[in-house]
Design a protein around this ligand. Structure first.
Ligand code: NCD
Ligand code: ZN
Length: 344
């Protein structure tokens, strides 16, 4: 008998859609399956004002059409005006504000160096109920790249949470058991997104048998114990954990380079991969919460109307190895195992 799984239309709580020719090529890959997504603001130049977010939203909708709702974010800088943030949120232009420590990842040069200089914005956000989304890695050159998330929790995140206990925070794309434990230690107001690829790969996949640039992303995948902690959190039914794919396209030439860009492009096959991962964990019944329920609850939004249906095939399903865009081809994430779940 054919096995089918019908879910409410899912949401992606962390997505890079880029702009221009790249966006035209890759945005349909997300809009096909997802009803809404939190759109990252790390364009060049970054999206720092409400007016820029409104203009970017129009450019996205021109590509995706109205069946997809981009939930916009502002890129927090030391010059961000609290009044602009609050006004953009009140006007329904933005959903959240993104904190990048300066230099932590792709296009983060305008991020925050001195966290005391954004106190005023964080206080205004706390008062207005605007969530803060964190790229949780310190950039201190003394700190090993595999430790940067755990150190961020101690040095940056926990102090922010103590000074602004009412500020709602989402730890984006968590990669460690430390982050899972920190979320669980907090009584309220803290959630975390988990990507598709961090449920599948550990650091061996990047480095053993040759360097695999298409598995390199930030935060970088950690050792297997951490992947297992993420898998346990995602498949536990705990509503504080929800999907944020962090699907982050770069043209292949920029990835397959002496200094390759960070980012895995998973929009095309994310739902197939997740169905398989949850099935293997004997948690297929909990996939709906992870992709369609928990995030909406955290953000105080209604679940989406409509549904998507996945069907389990006898033989592996085909998906494109790369998406051709006007900015060059973009390799689709290869989970390293055949996929049997197809989105109908
Ligand atoms: C993202 C990108 O390319 O914009 N890259 C990544 O490796 N995840 C930035 C980010 O989310 O860190
Ligand atoms: Zn990202």
């Amino acid at each position: 008998m054919t096995q089918r799984l019908t879910l409410p239309r899912p949401d992606d709580w962390h997505l890079h859609l880029r702009d221009g020719a790249m966006m035209e090529g890759i945005a349909p890959e997300s809009a096909r399956h997802f009803a809404r997504a939190i759109i990252m603001p790390n364009l060049v130049p970054p999206v720092v004002t409400g007016a820029q977010a409104a203009a970017y939203r129009e450019r996205i909708l021109a590509v995706t059409g109205p069946g997809f709702t981009p939930l916009m974010t502002l890129y927090l800088t030391e010059a961000t005006d609290p009044a602009d943030v609050v006004a953009a949120h009140a006007a329904g232009i933005i959903t959240a504000v993104k904190l990048y420590p300066a230099g932590a990842t792709t296009n983060s040069a305008s991020g925050v160096r001195d966290f005391d200089r954004v106190r005023g914005v964080l206080e205004a956000m706390e008062a207005a109920g605007i969530p803060l989304l964190t790229h949780g890695e310190v950039t201190d050159p003394e700190v090993d790249i595999f430790d940067r998330e755990a150190v961020f929790i101690d040095r940056v995140l926990d102090p922010i949470r103590r000074r602004s206990p009412g500020l709602r925070v989402v730890m984006e794309h968590i990669t460690t058991s430390d982050a899972v434990a920190y979320v669980r230690s907090q009584p309220e107001g803290l959630g975390a997104t988990i990507t598709t690829h961090h449920l599948v790969i550990n650091r061996n996949h990047i480095l053993v048998g040759g360097i695999r640039p298409h598995y390199y992303c930030l935060p970088v995948a950690k050792r297997e114990t951490h992947r297992l902690a993420l898998l346990e959190a995602a498949t536990s039914g705990d509503a504080r954990f929800f999907l944020g794919t962090d699907s982050a396209p770069h043209a292949d030439a920029a990835k397959e380079s002496a200094c390759g860009c960070a980012g895995c492009f998973t929009a095309t096959n994310t739902l197939s991969i997740l169905a398989q991962v949850f099935e293997q964990a004997q948690a297929l019944d909990l996939l709906e919460g992870f992709v369609a329920r928990h995030g909406a609850g955290f953000y105080g939004l209604a679940m989406n109307a409509g549904s998507v249906t996945l069907e389990r095939s006898e033989s592996p399903v085909a998906y494109p190895a790369r998406i051709e865009t006007g900015a060059g081809p973009v390799t689709v994430f290869d989970p390293g195992f055949p996929l049997y779940w197809r989105v109908l």
